[in-house]
Each structure stands twice: as C-alpha cells, then as structure tokens.
Design a protein around this ligand. Structure first.
Ligand SMILES: Nc1ncnc2c1ncn2[C@@H]1O[C@H](COP(=O)(O)OP(=O)(O)OP(=O)(O)O)[C@@H](O)[C@H]1O
Ligand SMILES: [Mg+2]
Length: 265
C-alpha cells in the first residue's frame, strides 16, 4: 500500500529519510521541526542524526562531546540502538551523532552489507517503540545516505527554490532509483519540500514549478518561509516550534507534519 511503513505488531512505524546532497537546504531544520510537530500530534518520534557534523544533535541541545555512545557505535560496533537513544526537551527521541561518524563512514566502505546497517539497527528497536523515524542525511550521496534510503519507506527532498537548485535533484533521483533496484524496493519519493521560501518573488514559484514538472515530483505544501527565526532556534537547543510558538515558520512545519501524517496512514 503506498506510503505505509514497515508493519509491526500494534504500531506501524514510518521511516522517512530527509535527503538532498546539496548543503544548507534545511534538511536538519526540517527533521527537527517536523519531528517536534509530529510529537505535538501525539506521535512517538525518533530522529536519527546521520551527519558527522552532528548539527541535529547540537540543535536539540545536546553537546556531542558529552556523549559516550552515538550512532556510529550502532552502525559499526554492534551496540544496540535502544542503548544509544536519548530523550530530548522537544518531546522526541534522538539517536545522536558525533564527529566519529566520519570514521564510521570510512569503515563501512569496506563492509559487506553496509547499505543495510541502519535498517537492521532500526529493526532492533522494540516493536511498538515509534510511529515515526526521521533520518537526517548528510549533504552527500555517500554510504550514510544510501543506508538511510535503504532503511526508509519514503524520502522527502527539501529544496531551496533558487536558480540552479535543481542541479543535483536528478542525481539524487538516480540514487533513489538504484536503491529501489538493489536494496529497498518499497522506497517512495514523497516529494519536494520548498524551504527558505521567499513567496514575494515570482522567481521562487517559477523554479519550484520547473523542478516539479521536470522531475515529475509532488510538492509537499506549504512552503517553509525564509525567516531569521530559524537561525536562532538551534542556539536555544530547541526547534522553532518551541522557541517561537506562533511563528509562521512553525505554523508551516505543523501543516507539513499534518500532511505527512495523513500520507503515512
Ligand atoms: N526557513 C528558513 N529561513 C531562514 N533560515 C533557515 C530556514 N531553514 C533553515 N535555515 C537556516 O539555514 C541554515 C541551513 O539549515 P540546515 O542546517 O537545516 O540545512 P541542511 O540542509 O541540514 O545543511 P547541511 O547540508 O549542511 O546538513 C541554518 O543556519 C538554518 O538555521
Ligand atoms: Mg544538516
């Protein structure tokens, strides 16, 4: 059935990868904000930081330097996922990253079955643990992104609508195609999410229309407006939903979460 996640007894877990190899398109902001919004909707949510820069971990108020265990222990050292997951003030759980994940990426390169390490790590969680698992991918199409796509039911592509932002979308879709062929037949593209969106310009809308037509992609609405408030939230260690409750950016992410919830069901 389209969009329905891995079936588990009593609860269905939907695993969504947030990916775009272009840097700075709001992947991490989207994972943190959609995660917090889903938690507000009484969903049990796990966020997974798959970027050695550990920006998601930082933005949730956790200093990677203070962590003894992180996602790289799960992916390469056989530590159980549940042992590493931590609760955050945003009402979501986090599988945190540290810079050691960069080494894990190198280690995985020579391992058989590397595409499946994350999938297996998530299967290791208790059956009814989460409704949603959101995967924050690094800005590359390397081992970690492929492992995320292999574990996922769907992929959401944040996209900043400016000239040349389409460059790389084709390459990402080629990777999705390969993953579907070789490691994960159920992977679906849930669409592009316009981020850092300046609705005052016709330009942003034209770029978005061109991309969605060229690649035949759904657009997940509403677009996330560009706002300085997004830059302030991570410093507070909370998502924008907690720092500025009635902000239009927070409202947009709440609407996106409601949209995803409908699709997930
Ligand atoms: N809607 C927005 N308006 C203004 N700034 C934003 C918005 N969304 C995100 N930002 C800011 O843009 C920068 C990049 O965002 P973010 O780290 O989420 O992108 P990313 O795609 O995860 O980057 P990377 O590819 O490096 O992982 C951050 O400083 C963030 O605070
Ligand atoms: Mg990021």
């Amino acid at each position: 059935m389209p969009g329905v996640g891995s079936c588990r007894i009593g609860r269905v877990t939907t695993i969504l990868a947030v990916a775009n190899q272009k840097g700075g398109v709001a992947k991490t902001t989207t994972v943190a904000s959609v995660g917090a919004a889903l938690a507000e909707l009484d969903q049990k949510v796990l966020l997974v930081d798959l970027d050695p820069q550990a920006c998601l971990t930082f933005s949730l108020g956790i200093d990677p330097e203070d962590l003894e265990l992180s996602v790289h222990h799960v992916l390469t050292k056989g530590v159980s996922t549940a042992e590493v997951v931590i609760a955050t003030d945003d009402g979501v759980d986090l599988l945190p990253a540290t810079i050691e994940l960069a080494r894990a990426e190198a280690d995985l390169l020579t391992r058989t079955g590397r595409e499946h390490v994350l999938k297996m790590a998530l299967e290791d969680l208790p059956d009814d643990a989460y409704d949603w698992v959101l995967l924050d991918c690094p800005p590359s199409l390397g081992v970690l992104t492929v492992a995320a796509l292999t574990a996922a039911d769907g992929v959401l592509i944040p996209l900043q609508c400016e000239t040349l932002s389409h460059r790389g979308v084709g390459q990402l879709l080629d990777t999705v195609h390969d993953v579907r062929r070789f490691t994960n037949r159920r992977l679906e593209v849930w669409g592009v999410l316009p981020t850092l969106y300046d609705g005052r310009t016709n330009h942003a809308r034209t770029v978005l229309e061109t991309i969605s037509e060229t690649y035949d992609l759904d657009v997940v609405e509403p677009p996330i407006p560009k706002s300085i408030r997004f830059a302030e939230a991570p410093a507070a260690g909370r998502s924008i939903l907690a720092t500025t409750r009635n902000h239009k950016g927070a409202a947009a992410y709440r609407d996106v979460a409601a949209h995803l919830l409908k699709r997930g069901r």
